[in-house]
Ligand binder design. Structure first.
Ligand SMILES: C[S@@+](CC[C@H](N)C(=O)[O-])C[C@H]1O[C@@H](n2cnc3c(N)ncnc32)[C@H](O)[C@@H]1O
Length: 300
């Protein structure tokens, strides 16, 4: 068969994705085409004609995407900060919502040499690895309690170390375990956390419900159980002046900062919007002097 215009294959894929209710059909069609061709998306206009097997491959991927398989599972990667990480079945796909949380954390580290950073709820390792990429002098720890997520994180950590980034320290553990990282008590400059936070039963698109691991998405106590544990752990780990940034559901714009404020050692509590303008993450600093923590009154 003859070579055909790539443009038409992308238009056809866009139409299929639009009909399937995919949120950004043109974007996804172009990224799938770029994936098949092994080029950056920006270089697609330089590929006017393609062979029939390329058209077939784009069509097959579009058909899977139309069944609402996440784009990132089809391409095999997701981006956060300055890096990409491998993702697929068994691990949460990093979201653009988390970019501003990462930015806040990197800003906090500005001017601090050899900072100690902890990523609670590491998933693919995206946050921890993005920090290690941006700050080669940082000592970055990351923890998750899911062996499947940890396998992805290990794979990604190895790939980033091979690319020249400072290796991160990955651990298996539960953020609610009071013995986790006790060797770092009062020594940490920055705690970042994107915990599972969707209230059980919450409505979500098929990409999330059918493909993100449920333990990465949902949390008990109306979505705040892991969040609450992570805040308690952060209060213990942070050094005076150290900072916490922790993500939350967009329905927790008031409950999340209230939970953080209940820890008396955490001050300057502020809620932030994400790139779409929704309440998304709380930040706080550990008090310079140590008042007694409100831990017991906060319930954990
Ligand atoms: C929303 S994902 C975040 C992944 C990654 N930080 C990101 O932003 O892409 C939450 C992660 O928390 C992990 N997790 C859930 N409960 C946990 C707990 N109690 N202790 C440690 N990790 C937990 C899940 O396995 C999942 O990988």
């Amino acid at each position: 068969m003859k070579r055909q215009p790539l443009r038409l294959a992308i238009l056809e894929a866009t139409r299929i994705l639009e009909d399937a209710g995919v949120e950004s059909p043109r974007n996804d069609a172009e990224l799938l085409a770029a994936h098949v061709l092994g080029v950056e998306r920006g270089r697609l206009p330089m590929v006017p004609l393609v062979d029939p097997p390329v058209i077939d491959a784009i069509g097959q991927l579009a058909a899977q995407r139309a069944k609402r398989v996440p784009l990132q599972h089809l391409t095999g990667w997701a981006a956060l900060g300055g890096i990409t990480v491998g993702v697929g079945p068994g691990v949460f796909v990093p979201r653009p919502e988390t970019e501003l949380l990462l930015e806040w954390g990197l800003e906090l580290l500005r001017g601090r040499e050899y900072p100690v950073v902890v990523d609670l709820c590491a998933g693919s390792g995206a946050l921890a690895l993005a920090v290690a990429n941006a700050r080669p002098d940082a000592v970055v720890y990351a923890v998750d309690n899911d062996p499947h997520a940890l396998a992805w994180a290990r794979h990604n950590a190895d790939a980033r170390a091979e690319a020249g980034d400072t290796p991160i320290r990955l651990y298996s553990g539960d953020v609610g375990d009071s013995s986790i990282f006790t060797e770092l008590d009062g020594l940490v400059d920055l705690v970042l956390c994107n915990p599972p936070y969707v209230p059980p039963g919450g409505e979500l698109p098929p990409e999330v419900i059918d493909h993100d691991p449920p333990q990465a998405v949902f949390a008990a106590e109306g979505g705040l159980a892991v969040f609450r544990h992570a805040v308690g752990t952060a209060a213990r780990l942070l050094k005076p002046g150290g900072g916490l940034a922790i993500e939350h559901d967009d329905t927790h714009g008031s409950a999340a900062p209230t939970l953080v404020s209940a820890r008396k050692v955490l001050t300057g509590v502020e809620d932030h919007l994400d790139l779409t303008g929704r309440p998304r993450f709380v930040t706080a600093r550990r008090a310079a002097t140590a008042p007694s923590d409100g831990a017991s009154r906060a319930g954990g």
